[in-house]
Ligand binder design. Structure first.
Ligand code: PAF
Length: 288
């Protein structure tokens, strides 16, 4: 496994791989602190592609000044060992100065899909994500890029960016990987203290409650949201819900009457980490 720290180096590694016969290049963009969720993306990429690149870059432009950029975990040696053991061909781990040269002034912005949920709570976040992901696509030139469904809105925004800007690659979105108690894997879980960690599975319990209510026939989204909020309040008193939303899976528009499949998404801010999770609920045709 090769580790490239500069744009020139990773471009050369990918070009050499293509000359050597690699047809499909896969990219798994990450901010490091790799966990089973990331490794599941890497394993899918390994199964589908001839040459697998993992980028590890804690992107400063997607964090607001009051967010956890400085505290974001950076266990570099572990990450490299994990990549190696999952058969990654090359890791691209640039510095912030390499990615954002002095005078950097471009932004990639996707309107509409970015205006609710994470976009509303974290102004500017998706501009940072789209800009860095567009750069990574231009640098690595992958045929396929792999993202996790935990960041549901992020994957929708990236698909839209790729479609609207005619970027020549496929976006693969892979299922959420969970701990045994249901907590969605996230690099930020490492920052939770013991008491917060005990309460954190309530995000998933809340989604399951929403799913059950909808399956039992509740069609009023506000009622579902209210039940979810009270469960969060009771079972995660250390956390504060940023939002609980029921949205159309494609447009991400808020749904009032649940008449077709929806995504239930939520964000809870614990003192040590802000967690997000979501679940798609298929509404059975017979009850539509
Ligand atoms: O999902 C993430 O880890 C990041 O938002 C991404 C896509 C690597 C961009 O920095």
């Amino acid at each position: 496994m090769k580790v490239a720290k500069t744009i020139d180096e990773i471009r050369r590694l990918v070009a050499d791989a293509r000359v050597g016969g690699a047809r499909l290049v896969g990219l798994v963009p990450t901010m490091g602190a790799l966990h089973e969720g990331h490794y599941s993306l890497i394993d899918v990429a390994r199964g589908e592609c001839d040459f697998v690149v993992v980028s590890i870059f804690v992107n400063p432009t997607q964090f607001a000044p009051n967010e956890d950029y400085r505290n974001y975990p950076r266990p570099v040696e572990n990450d490299l060992a994990g990549c190696e053991s999952h058969g990654v061909d090359a890791v691209f781990a640039p510095s912030a100065d390499e990615m954002y040269q002095a005078g950097f002034a471009a932004t990639v912005k996707v309107a509409g899909l970015t205006e609710s949920m994470e976009g509303r709570c974290r102004p500017g976040h998706f501009d940072g994500v789209c800009t860095v992901v567009a750069k990574l696509f231009n640098i690595v030139g992958p045929n396929v890029a792999y993202f996790g469904a935990k960041d549901y809105q992020q994957s929708a925004v990236i698909r839209k960016m790729v479609a609207d800007l005619d970027m020549p690659l496929r976006i693969a979105v892979c299922p959420i990987v969970r701990e045994a108690d249901g907590l969605a894997m996230s690099s930020r879980n490492a920052n939770l203290d013991d008491a917060e960690r005990i309460q954190a599975p309530v995000l998933h319990e809340s989604l399951r409650l929403a799913e059950r209510l909808i399956r039992e026939g509740e069609r009023n989204a506000a009622n579902v949201i209210e039940s979810v909020q009270s469960l969060l309040g009771e079972n995660a008193p250390l956390g504060e819900a940023d939002y609980v939303a029921i949205v159309d899976p494609d447009s991400l528009a808020a749904v009032e009457e649940i008449e077709s499949d929806v995504v239930v998404a939520l964000a809870v801010k614990f003192p040590s980490a802000r967690l997000i999770d979501n679940m798609r609920v298929d509404v059975p045709k017979t009850s539509r």
